[in-house]
Design a protein around this ligand. Structure first.
Ligand code: PMP
Length: 359
């Protein structure tokens, strides 16, 4: 029996994707091979790779002057690759600090450049996105980095910052493909695949071509965006199976009506939970309303001694992975694209029932 899996990532994969992958496991399209067994240079896999790229471009309406790279190392590797590939002759990069994942990016960037914290929401425990007017960008800065959805804190940018001539770089790991994005407003977008684009092992990088000439000469080839762009993301053997699964997810997203349709579902799904939290005396949502994430919904029980009972009851009803990140405690429901609305309804119903018993 399948459960409703609220894991923050690796996370739920659309069931039709899993079924298709299962059906094609031993013999992909009459090739007599699993995708796992194919040469990455063979025509079958090249076809899978090209189709996945084309579908991702279609989904996000990526302009032609952007390269799409399918890399490895996850967002954590990109935290280092961003400064390595963008610092050029400059010395300072601006970072907006909205929580744990921003902090992780900042820590890594400090190894390669001077980091200016342009804005931070640390004063209120990372529960909001600082207004653009408060940001202090550095003239001549190499780029400005944001984490557009903080997976742990549940804080999401609901707007795209204007940064003038300074390229905007976004870690979109936990909400990429959950809503349409105006890619042209960004210099670089990156994210791991294991939330909304399939399984771990694949990192998506979308980079504006004119930014490809800024890499440090010491940048390793596999993490050198220009070398990877010129080598069709195959400077090394790519994460073939993860790319195949991402391709199936992209097809599934297109069948759903693309990102505008998915966004509607995500608004409806997240509203079910936030309404439940706002009407409750037992639970509370720590995040400022305008900045609440549609993908990761953290919440607390006002009486933490009920946490264990809440989680146990959820598990008995087939709802798992609801425990909040150890750094913040409480609960967190991650409701990515592949989480069916029935799962969110079941959780909201259970939360109300639990409140009746314990409120
Ligand atoms: N950034 C964000 C926003 C994330 O949610 C995560 C993973 N939870 C990471 C970075 C790190 O990703 P990875 O472990 O794939 O490198």
């Amino acid at each position: 029996m399948r459960v409703f899996n609220f894991s923050p990532g690796p996370a739920v994969v659309p069931e039709p994707v899993l079924r298709k992958a299962a059906a094609e496991m031993l013999d992909w399209h009459g090739s007599g091979m699993s995708v796992m067994e194919m040469s990455h240079r063979g025509k079958e896999f090249i076809g899978i790779h090209e189709k996945a790229q084309a579908d991702l471009r279609a989904l996000l309406a990526i302009p032609s002057k952007y390269k799409v790279l399918f890399l490895q190392g996850g967002a954590i590797a990109e935290n280092a690759m961003v400064p390595m590939n963008l610092i050029g002759g400059r010395s300072v990069a601006d970072y907006v600090n909205t929580g744990s994942w921003s902090q992780r990016s900042i820590k890594e960037a400090k190894k390669y450049c001077t980091v200016n914290i342009a804005a931070s929401s640390e004063d209120k425990h990372f529960t909001y996105v600082p207004a653009r007017e408060t940001w202090k960008l550095t003239p001549g800065s190499a780029y400005v980095h944001i984490c557009s959805n903080e997976t742990i804190g549940g804080v999401e940018f609901q707007w795209t910052p204007e940064t003038g001539d300074i390229p905007l770089v976004a870690d979109m790991s936990s909400h990429i493909l959950s809503r349409p994005v105006d890619v042209a407003k960004y210099g670089v977008i990156y994210g791991g695949a294991q939330k909304n684009a399939g399984i771990a092992g694949l990192t998506l990088v979308i980079v504006r071509e004119d930014l490809l000439d800024r890499a440090l000469p010491t940048a390793p080839s596999v993490f050198h965006w220009k070398e990877q762009a010129e080598g069709d993301s195959m400077v090394n053997t790519p994460a073939c199976y993860a790319i195949y699964i991402a391709g199936l997810v992209f097809e599934w997203l297109l069948e759903q009506g693309g990102l505008p349709a998915i966004e509607k579902q995500n608004i409806a799904k997240s509203k079910l939970l936030y309404d439940c939290l706002d009407q409750s005396k037992l639970y509370l949502s720590p995040v400022r309303k305008e900045d609440r994430s549609r993908m990761n919904v953290p919440f607390k029980l006002r009486d933490p001694s009920l946490d264990e009972a809440f989680l146990k009851g959820a598990k008995e009803r087939g709802m798992v992975q609801l425990k909040g990140h150890r750094s913040v405690g409480g609960m967190r429901a991650s409701i990515y694209n592949a989480m069916p609305i029935e799962g969110v309804q079941a959780l909201a119903e259970y939360m109300r029932e639990f409140e009746k018993q314990h409120g």
